[in-house]
Design a protein around this ligand. Structure first.
Ligand code: SF4
Ligand SMILES: [Zn+2]
Ligand SMILES: [Zn+2]
Length: 302
């Protein structure tokens, strides 16, 4: 077998399209696909100057950092600011490589920890609550990402979410009967524009986890491949395993979930466009009730 484009030695076969590519052609294919997604969904508008890049140090976000830095080097009018969250998970979260990488390339890095921002690490929080660690972690991380990106005057937040993540989220919301959450998904997240929300966009929306792993490896990015000790207990973990097992037998499954979801997404966004966004009485962050989930949760720990 040879590369479909240039007949060189192949490094990857893409089962969905059934094509085989060499290293150079795959890297080009990957970056072109991510860039096309940016253009198609107007993820970066001409007026966007500051872009916050959410980086955890895992393969998705490290690949995103590399890719966005490449764009920023070409398009000088874009300034990227890396936003990293240290949840405080012993033996897992280590931002050393992210720090070194940003320092070497002169990229602005901002690290925020749960301990400093909320008074406790995630490890300490999970000992005091019955809530699942991933539910707590997800809410607090999104809160920090939005509020800090706004403080940094970012016009956009880019995240490394991929096609597998999104297919899992769509199924999770379906299984839980939470269509409002699904309405907030998509390549450009959120339902209505509100200045308190910095729009989150996902350039890797149409790239699979496997493709990102290959990209990361072929670009020799210094990524930690360890798994979070709380991952096994998550609802998402169960959905991921089921979806992977099913996709192994039916190649198109994840792509089909995303394609059918995108065809109903405009209707979902329209359906939930009337939901009123208030300001939390304690912290001022946008929320649907009188106080936000984060303030309620932190109060419950005390
Ligand atoms: S697996 Fe769960 S607890 Fe661990 S980093 Fe991810 S969301 Fe947070
Ligand atoms: Zn080739
Ligand atoms: Zn609040």
């Amino acid at each position: 077998m040879v590369c479909k484009n240039c007949k060189a030695n192949p490094v990857i076969n893409l089962p969905n399209s059934n094509i085989t590519l060499c290293k150079n052609c795959f890297l080009k294919y990957f970056e072109r696909k991510a860039y096309k997604t940016i253009l198609r969904y107007k993820m970066l508008r001409p007026e966007d100057k500051t872009v916050a890049v959410g980086v955890s140090g895992g393969k998705d976000s490290f690949s995103l950092l590399y890719f966005m830095n490449k764009i920023a080097e070409k398009k000088r009018q874009i300034n990227i600011k890396v936003v990293s969250v240290d949840e405080g998970i012993k033996g897992y979260r280590d931002l050393k490589h992210v720090k070194d990488y940003c320092k070497e390339r002169g990229v602005e890095l901002h690290v925020y920890s749960f301990k400093e921002e909320f008074g406790m690490s995630l490890d300490q929080m999970v000992k005091k609550t019955d809530l699942k660690p991933c539910s707590v972690c997800g809410v607090l991380r999104r809160f920090l990402l939005n509020s800090k990106a706004r403080e940094l005057k970012a016009d956009r937040i880019v995240t490394g979410h991929n096609l597998d993540d999104e297919a899992q989220s769509v199924l999770m919301n379906q299984f839980r009967g939470s269509m409002e959450r699904s309405a907030r998904l998509g390549p450009v997240t959120g339902i209505v524009a509100d200045s308190r929300f910095v729009r989150r966009v996902k350039p890797f929306y149409f790239l699979t986890e496997r493709e990102i792993t290959a990209y990361c490896f072929l670009r020799a990015l210094p990524v930690e491949f360890g798994e979070c000790p709380y991952a096994h207990s998550s609802y998402r973990g169960g959905i991921r395993d089921m979806l992977n097992e099913f996709t192994a037998r039916h190649k198109q499954t994840k792509h089909a979930i995303i394609n059918s979801f995108l065809s109903i997404l405009p209707l979902l966004k329209k359906d939930f466009a009337e939901v009123e966004i208030k300001g939390c009485k304690n912290c001022g962050e946008p929320c649907s009730g009188e106080t936000c989930k984060v303030c309620d949760f932190i109060k419950s720990l005390k």
